[in-house]
Design a protein around this ligand. Sequence first.
Ligand code: S3P
Length: 432
Amino acid sequence: MKFKVESGGSLHGAIRVPGDKSMSHRTVMLGALAEGTTIATGFLEGHDALCTVQAFKDMGVTVRGPQNGRIEIDGVGMQGLQKPDNVLDMGNSGTSIRLLSGLLAAQRFDSTMTGDISLQKRPMGRVTDPLKLMGAEIGSQEGRPPLVIKGGQSLNGIHYEMPVASAQVKSCVLLAGLFADGRTSVTEPAPTRDHTERMLRGFGYEVERENDVISVQGGGRLTAATFDIPADISSAAFFLVAASIAPDSDLTLEHVGMNPTRSGVITILTLMGADIEVLNEREVGGEPVADLRVKSSALVGIEIPEDLVPLAIDEFHVLFVAAACATGRTVLCGAEELRVKESDRIASMADGLSRLGIENEVLDDGIVIVGGPLKGGEVDTYNDHRIAMSFAVAALRASGTIHINDCDHVATSFPGFAELAASVGLKVSVES
Ligand code: S3P
């Protein structure tokens, strides 16, 4: 599938983008281990979350839906998962494989997890190292999937100082900690998304946080709960940038998750001069939510503060498009993690931006982008959903049509992106 995006346009209207991917994964994982039936609305029906659903079905959990964002999970309790008959296929989803490795390391049965070509290249030592310290037996292909997990190991609680600021690593260790003897604690080098902690509490499990140390006591139980999952701020980000860069735009994004560990994109865009109004702030299911009204503005290049990097880790690709449309230079450093996402997001974006006439300089841990006129052209997505959507947004300010190859992966996080974007004014069409 390819996107053809004609140049120009402005964005108007009010939309709700699909549900939060991180929360959707965690709802299934914790719902499966809980006692009782967990019900969630706003669930993301994207491929990544569906991989997590399928994995738990493969382990004997009854799941109804998702349909129209509603999902019901009949929890089997902490010890109720069954040995899957097959290799668990995590598709494109780093969150599925990394968080599940923590849960599976503590089961009685053996299991193997793999994924698509992109996932098979992603580093797993960051989760297998701490799990091995807890007593897990896990094999990998030189630190990459497939992960082969030997069941029947008893895990012990550890204190783990995370070498990278990663919510997936933190969550993996904490989830293994639910099954471990004693206390498991994790120190994060910088704050990362805290959905696991919030959701564990929502399922009635005590999680302690003291400064940068988060801990759980093993051996507790989870009680089924009801969740209303907000719209994913990572998906909203495409429209925050789109309405900022397209002239005469006025767009409202409804019911967006505003967790402070996720809202770095709003801070960065505001520093660049974006006009984003945060309306109707409220709390839903333990997570802050708001409507965001965004209007066109003249953006300026900035040096992105490094402490904001983990808080906007999934939004930089589209922020690079904002930088291309800004006056002056934007500098990003301290973001080497972008090189091990669904693609090397620094290299993939630099390639596409260059093809569209935007001057940039790739750094080991970031990029320098010089704002200037965007031209039309053909770009590759490197099979990365978010690269595809970012270049679709760029067409709003390009002088010609942008053709985007290999857009199938868009459905991993944002099914219906092209249709929703077209409904508010992006001139995007889908070609096979
Ligand atoms: C996620 C954590 C982040 C993020 C990913 C989702 C999560 O990954 O990039 O899309 O749900 O915990 P890292 O932990 O590798 O930073």
